[in-house]
Design a protein around this ligand. Structure first.
Ligand SMILES: C[S@@+](CC[C@H](N)C(=O)[O-])C[C@H]1O[C@@H](n2cnc3c(N)ncnc32)[C@H](O)[C@@H]1O
Length: 259
């Protein structure tokens, strides 16, 4: 009887270690665990959504008006308390580098979620620059607005609520912006390609506009990658990295629109 109990314990421990290792290093396992099981479980236990828990942690532990601290505090929450689908610290450093090199006057982000990347990019913009971020989930947008205001960036960063398909054709009129200098694509992956074509059709790209696309490896955007890498309209460069808050392979694709 004792041997059976010991064998079961060893088997359970090995299974636990195997799953933990997979969740850390394999993107499919990581997303299944963090984005499915754990999020539902935490929502059930706390009676709050993940974005609400993230905001609560930030309000309790962050420094109001300090955008760098907001980025670090959210990274700490996601690294030690609960994973979330922000671009994260590792890929975030690449985003920072591209923003600083591009020095954009106008930035469009597709997919706001809790506002992490909006704060991350917004804190690096020159005075007078604008970042417009589009989010179709009103509850996420509400949290993002609070996060952005907490970081002190609500004058520079504007959240528009709605789907990209509906909003992109309205942007010129709505914002009085002719073209964007930089576009960060980080919404649902199957929308990258149709939305890029929509941005082209709506005349929102100019020669030199920088498109930076997240998660091109995990979950992956094969049709988008094929398009920007083979089209003569783009000059593309890949930046290998890891999926946010894990060691699973992921990457960003920077594509300069050549007109
Ligand atoms: C990966 S999260 C964005 C993370 C965020 N950029 C960051 O790094 O902090 C993707 C977000 O895109 C939103 N989204 C997905 N498809 C969209 C669409 N077609 N239009 C607007 N928002 C969309 C989702 O609701 C979700 O909040």
């Amino acid at each position: 009887m004792l041997y059976v109990a010991a064998a079961v314990l060893v088997a359970l421990t090995l299974a636990f270690l195997l799953v933990r290792q997979k969740v850390r290093t394999d993107g499919k396992w990581a997303l299944w665990w963090h984005d499915n099981l754990n999020e539902r479980f935490q929502d059930f236990v706390t009676g709050r959504t993940r974005p609400e828990r993230l905001l609560q942690y930030l309000q309790k532990n962050g420094t109001r008006g300090d955008a760098n601290n907001v980025v670090d505090t959210i990274d700490r929450f996601c690294g030690t308390v609960e994973w979330a689908m922000n671009v994260g610290g590792e890929k975030g450093k690449i985003v920072d580098k591209v923003v600083l090199e591009t020095n954009p006057g106008t930035v469009l982000e597709l997919g706001t979620y809790c506002g992490y990347s909006a704060v991350r990019m917004g804190r690096l913009l020159a005075p007078g620059s604008r970042l417009i971020t589009l989010e179709m989930n009103p509850a996420y947008a509400k949290v993002a607005k609070e996060v952005i205001a907490f970081a002190g960036l609500d004058k520079q960063v504007e959240v528009l609520v709605g789907s990209t398909t509906e909003l992109i054709p309205q942007l010129k009129k709505k914002l009085d912006i002719d073209t964007f200098d930089m576009i960060f694509l980080d919404h649902w992956k199957q929308s990258y390609l149709p939305d890029t074509k929509l941005l082209e059709e709506c005349g929102l790209l100019r020669k030199g506009t920088v498109l930076l696309a997240d998660n091109v490896i995990c979950p992956g955007t094969p049709d988008y990658l094929q398009y920007v890498r083979s089209s003569p309209k783009y000059l593309s460069q890949h930046f290998p990295s890891v999926l946010e808050y894990t060691n699973a392979p992921d990457g960003l694709e920077k594509s300069v629109y050549l007109g």
